[in-house]
Write a protein that binds this ligand. Structure first.
Ligand code: ATP
Ligand code: MG
Length: 429
């Protein structure tokens, strides 16, 4: 019998890689909480109808990517593993009466999402997103704020070669006219379009612009631009967003073919794209969805948000070898019965007063333990042998200089601030 492997399109995130994930999460958490965004955690599975209504039947996600199954038991109903986070967040917003609190709600979430796709680099069946939703504001500043926050997160992580593509998909009235223009444009080419786009021609022609088929993309190059179909209000909103981005020093590229082709998506649509990712280049996708809350049974509520794909982000960070700094203060080595027992005790006390450390449990020769101390990334090594155990002392060796000193365990535990200062100084070097 063979061993059981992780399923196609899923993967383990091993400890060496998890450090990148934790780094991204802590940077995002920090920036979001300083911007008054509150975390929300919604279930990983929801009623299938939520996504059918919330994402739209004519989309790839609902059409062919959802993991859907029947619940067990008597009252069978259809369940779907969430393919994205917005529908669940909006369901929760309505269900929990957050709209009744008035004002603007700023939410963020992170977690796994599930889509049945052909796995490749940066495209998996279980993948992860961090996302934000701002509910209750139609102000162009809300659009600009969410874009600025995404930019801040990516910049703080040190990412380069990113570009912001932006477009407006207008309001439903603008789109109605644009829709007809697209049908008129694409119909003569209909036999050359990919199969999906052919069915979209009547159902949702905007989505043809989103096709990944090469010939369809070529044809779409000369399609009419939505920007020529925006009404006065839509144009004004879009101009404001662009002006605010300019004021914020965020450069962008207009991309009239960037669409989120659903009825409840309105106005701003944007993507942050990396030149370093190959085919799966979009790191962040977002936009305004003024119609969604109402579509899901809530009151008319304007909203805007985005989602960042964490696999693609961590691939970029690893490519840049932009590793988070190691943070271990001490590596503790010991040998001999008494010393080993004391080392455990000392480690526990040091942890309790706020130091980070790794205790070597091997019991092997000092030489081997020192080699591991070197690899651990710790700032200093603490050494306990028979002599130290006897005298209640400890040897402290600074890893960078190999300088060594012997001090009483009491001094080590007592002069916390002094050690902290020295270690932090060395960490920043
Ligand atoms: P794509 O065009 O690449 O399929 P999408 O439009 O389906 O992307 P969104 O639904 O906008 O993607 O999701 C936001 C982000 O989540 C994407 O920009 C991407 O970074 C990430 N993402 C989406 N699907 C996957 C996946 N299957 N595997 C890994 N990351 C994904
Ligand atoms: Mg997709």
């Amino acid at each position: 019998m063979g061993t059981i492997q992780a399923l196609r399109g899923t993967r383990d995130i091993l400890p060496e890689e998890v450090v990148y994930w934790q780094w991204v999460e802590s940077v995002a958490r920090d920036i979001l909480s300083r911007s008054a965004y509150q975390e929300i955690r919604t279930p990983i599975f929801e009623a299938t109808a939520l996504f059918e209504r919330g994402i739209g039947e004519a989309t790839d996600i609902v059409g062919k990517e959802m993991y859907t199954f029947m619940s067990r038991g008597e009252d069978k109903y259809s369940i779907t593993l969430r393919p994205e986070g917005t529908a669940g967040a909006v369901r929760s917003y309505i269900q929990n009466g957050m709209h009744a609190q008035g004002g603007v709600q700023r939410l963020w979430y992170t977690g796994p999402m599930f889509r049945y796709e052909r796995p490749q680099a940066g495209r998996q069946r279980q993948f992860h997103q961090i996302g934000v939703e701002v509910l209750g504001s139609s102000d162009a500043r809300a659009d600009a704020e969410v874009i600025a926050i995404a930019t801040d997160i990516l910049q703080t992580l040190g990412l380069q070669n990113l570009r912001l593509d932006i477009n407006s998909v207008g309001n439903p009235t603008d789109r109605q006219q644009y829709r007809q223009a697209l049908i008129d444009y694409f119909t003569p080419y209909s036999s050359e379009l990919d199969a999906d786009s052919q069915t979209r021609l009547t159902r949702n022609p905007l989505r043809i612009l989103d096709s990944k088929d090469k010939r369809t993309q070529e044809i779409a190059q000369n399609a009419p631009s939505i920007l020529d179909y925006l009404g006065v209000d839509s144009k004004q909103h879009f101009d404001q967003v662009l002006q605010l981005l300019t004021d914020l020093g965020i450069s962008y590229q207009l991309n009239p073919r960037l669409v989120r082709g659903l009825d409840y998506y309105t106005h701003t649509a944007f993507e942050i794209i990396s030149d370093d990712l190959g085919a799966q280049a979009t790191v962040c996708g977002g936009g305004r969805y003024d119609g969604l809350v109402a579509e899901l049974g809530g009151p008319d509520t304007p909203a805007v948000g985005w989602a960042i794909g964490l696999e693609r982000l961590t691939i970029l960070l690893q490519k840049m070898q932009q590793a988070p700094k190691k943070t271990l203060d001490f590596y503790v080595v010991s040998r001999g019965e008494k010393a080993e027992a004391q080392a455990l005790l000392l480690a526990q006390k040091l942890r309790r007063i706020g130091f980070s450390l790794e205790l070597d449990l091997s019991g092997s020769a000092f030489k081997k333990q020192f080699a591991r101390a070197d690899k651990s990334g710790a700032v200093a090594c603490l050494i306990l042998g028979d002599e130290e155990a006897e005298n209640q002392t400890v040897k402290l060796k600074w890893m960078a200089t190999k300088e060594q000193q012997t001090l009483s365990q009491k001094d080590l535990l007592g002069k916390t601030d002094e050690w902290r200062r020295q270690i932090d100084m060395l960490k920043t070097q």
